[in-house]
Design a protein around this ligand. Structure first.
Ligand SMILES: Nc1ncnc2c1ncn2[C@@H]1O[C@H](COP(=O)(O)OP(=O)(O)OP(=O)(O)O)[C@@H](O)[C@H]1O
Length: 339
């Protein structure tokens, strides 16, 4: 798999003599609570590994305190990792010196935070152009590019407003535009929409999906909200107590939860909207006709319901010319009925 980001055995420990924790098998074996009691250290990120593919939306999900922000901040070294490896486009960024790190942050990474971090005394256009200004772009070039992304996020007409004249959702659009203006390789989002009203939040989620289709950027997105994770994420990493509980697609999490913690998380998910035919197909029976229509294994069950029910015979699930299994109305109904 090609990767934009590769994380290996990453640790972040806060506290005295933090470095001794990942190095000691005894200390590694302790729970977070025991470790805190014995050493005064908090292991916010414990031995995490994953890869992010180009153009992927990779979501990090977990309850408050599970280590999401710390993990994602380690990726850009806003938080200094205690041990492990973070490789960005082939470069181990834990070895980057200050100058290189500054360059990476200016040119390759952008962050969108929950608290928009806008400069109150600057107009929208100047907030959006801020990253370009830091890079040394001339005024005409910055304004041209800022106007381009202001239009992209649907804020045209507001370029001369000040942040406090805008609603929360609009301010977050400015945050998005500012992040996009520098044309980064990766966009990091740290719970960007959790302070917004539910309806505005839904708009903003759709906005991210639309922007992702338009600009195709790699995105790493933190949330504690499963429905947001399922809506946006190509893959989701679920954290608990600093560790990975499971990492996979929404269908993986719903179809085969790794443990009771994940099972509990996904309990109320509308399965038919998340599960794909890969999860519901079965081997054909010897007497079944195999001249029915074909569907791919990654079609979501709700989208497959109509064609499968209309077919009146088993639908073949085919990938790369190979028959993987069949699906009939029975399998579809079982999922729709919440089985
Ligand atoms: N600078 C720090 N010093 C000491 N402990 C810290 C520091 N930053 C975070 N922690 C601890 O690390 C753990 C993980 O925190 P983190 O903020 O990464 O979790 P989170 O999942 O992002 O939570 P939230 O959703 O509430 O932001 C928590 O126990 C937190 O108290």
């Amino acid at each position: 798999m090609t990767r934009v980001i590769s994380v290996r055995d990453l640790w972040k420990v806060f506290g005295p003599k933090a470095a001794q924790v990942p190095a000691s098998t005894d200390l590694c074996a302790l729970s977070r609570r025991e470790l805190l009691d014995r050493t005064g250290c908090t292991a916010a990120v414990r031995d995490i590994s994953f890869d992010v593919a180009p153009g992927e939306v990779f979501v990090v999900m977990g309850l408050s305190g599970s280590g999401k922000s710390t993990l994602v901040r380690c990726l850009t070294r806003l938080v200094e990792p205690t041990a492990g490896e973070v490789v960005f486009e082939g470069e181990d960024i834990l070895n980057a010196d200050r100058k290189r790190l500054r360059e990476l942050r200016r040119r390759k990474f952008s962050m969108v935070f929950q608290h928009f971090g806008l400069l109150p005394y600057r107009r929208v256009v100047d907030n959006v152009a801020y990253g370009l200004e830091i890079r040394g772009a001339g005024r005409a070039e910055r304004t041209r590019r800022a106007m381009e992304v202001i239009e992209l996020v649907g804020l045209d007409g507001y370029e001369n407003s000040y942040p406090d004249q805008l609603s929360g959702g609009m301010q977050q659009r400015v945050g998005l535009a500012r992040a996009l203006a520098v044309d980064p390789d990766v966009l990091f989002f740290d719970e960007p929409f959790s302070a917004l009203d539910p309806l505005i939040r839904r708009d903003m989620q759709n906005e991210v999906i639309r922007l992702h289709h338009e600009v195709g950027k790699t995105m790493v997105f933190i949330t504690h909200d499963l429905s947001e994770a399922l809506k946006l994420g190509d893959r989701i990493l679920i954290m608990r107590d600093g560790m990975t509980v499971q990492c996979g697609t929404g269908a993986d999490l719903v179809g085969a939860p790794a443990d009771d913690y994940v099972r509990d998380f996904v309990r109320d998910v509308p399965r038919a909207r998340v599960l794909t035919l890969r999860w519901v197909m079965r081997p054909p029976r010897p007497d079944e006709p195999l001249d029915g229509p074909e569907l791919g294994p990654d079609v979501v069950v709700v989208d497959a319901a109509r064609p499968v029910l209309d077919a009146g015979k088993p639908v073949k699930i085919v990938e790369d010319g190979q028959l993987l299994g069949v699906v009939t109305g029975d399998e579809i109904f079982a999922v729709l009925a919440g089985a």
